[in-house]
Design a protein around this ligand. Structure first.
Ligand code: LMR
Length: 336
């Protein structure tokens, strides 16, 4: 049967229109982050993408860009505020430059002894209150995702506090971490996560700190000979969205995404410790970095050198928020 040209054109226009409508309906969330796929954050973001598509029945597509493929640390925050990406999960140490200095409470050395203490904050009123500080900056906090406790590394053994002296350390953009390094007699240098390997390789800095999962997946073991299991501070994430984008979503879709986020958060927090244990084991197996466990005396000396950072940074972070964290976790600096 031969169809009239007019009819063919009308059908084509209809099909085109339908495709356009399907595309117009699909909501795309660009989720940018700086770490490797094979990390707690990398895996949790992929998990969220899958769940979000499943629960919204394809109405939402989440595109995950890992390993600083789209933006580095500072740029990704700007991109989120501008709406060039819709979702990020920066580490809690990266909110200070936005003016949300209270987030640096998480960077205080030894403020959490373990994950249970941390979760009292991230799942409790303090965590919720911190999220309200982001709203005036066009950002909405959705969830806290775990990574883990940080270890120090360098090309010389780090046993006594004196070993840290005079070394240059790559740090995240947190004034509290800057003070932490100074308290050890080191020289802090803020460098984007994606540039850290090179900075270590070329000797721009001598050492760094990160949980083992970040250390291993960025291949830092190739350029750092010594790692000390200090667990002196915590690194974790706030999953954040562009507020205007989020508030503009249809209510049913937003609900489904909240559900996907709840599931992704449970998953992230469940795998974080294992991912770090596994990464440390891989570093050990590589034979390239010597892993050292500080003695109880060395640990006590490090703690003694670092605890004064709490007092020193109190006016920046806010005394109230620090007290609220102490109260929730039972931390008592007087008892140290
Ligand atoms: C870092 O910059 O060291 C970390 O914040 C990277 C990350 O996102 O875990």
């Amino acid at each position: 049967m031969k169809l009239p040209v007019k009819h063919i054109l009308a059908c084509a226009a209809l099909a085109f229109g339908a495709t356009m409508a399907a595309h117009a309906q699909q909501i795309v969330i660009k989720f940018s982050h700086v770490v490797a796929h094979d990390t707690p954050k990398g895996k949790a973001s992929e998990f969220f993408a899958k769940k979000a598509e499943e629960l919204t029945k394809g109405k939402v597509k989440v595109e995950v860009y890992a390993n600083s493929a789209l933006y580095k640390d500072k740029e990704e925050m700007e991109a989120l505020q501008l709406g060039s990406v819709q979702m990020l999960a920066p580490s809690l140490a990266k909110f200070g430059p936005l003016g949300a200095k209270e987030f640096e409470v998480f960077d205080l050395p030894y403020i959490f002894d373990n994950r249970d203490e941390l979760h009292k904050i991230t799942t409790g009123p303090v965590g919720a209150k911190l999220f309200t500080k982001l709203e005036s900056r066009g950002i909405k906090g959705l969830a806290y995702w775990d990574n883990g406790f940080k270890v120090f590394s360098a090309n010389k053994p780090l046993h006594a506090v004196a070993d840290y002296k005079g070394l240059k350390y790559r740090i995240q953009s947190s004034k509290v971490i800057e003070e932490e390094i100074r308290a050890l007699g080191g020289i802090p240098q803020v460098i984007a996560f994606g540039e850290t390997y090179q900075a270590l390789q070329t000797g721009v800095v001598d050492g760094t700190e990160n949980p083992p999962s970040n250390f291993y997946t960025q291949k830092m073991h190739e350029v750092q000979k010594y790692l000390s299991l200090t667990n002196h501070g915590y690194l974790g994430y706030a999953v954040v969205v562009n507020k205007k984008f989020w508030d503009g979503l249809p209510a049913d879709v937003r609900g489904q995404l909240e559900d996907a986020m709840r599931q992704a958060t449970a998953y992230a927090n469940q795998i974080a410790q294992d991912e770090n244990d596994r990464a440390l084991e891989e570093v050990r197996k590589s034979g390239k970095t010597e892993i050292y466990t500080p003695t109880p005396e060395e640990r006590a000396a490090l703690k003694k050198a670092l605890i004064p950072v709490h007092q020193k940074m109190a006016s920046r972070i806010g005394k109230d928020i620090i007290q609220e964290v102490y109260k929730a976790t039972g931390f008592d600096p007087a008892k140290l």
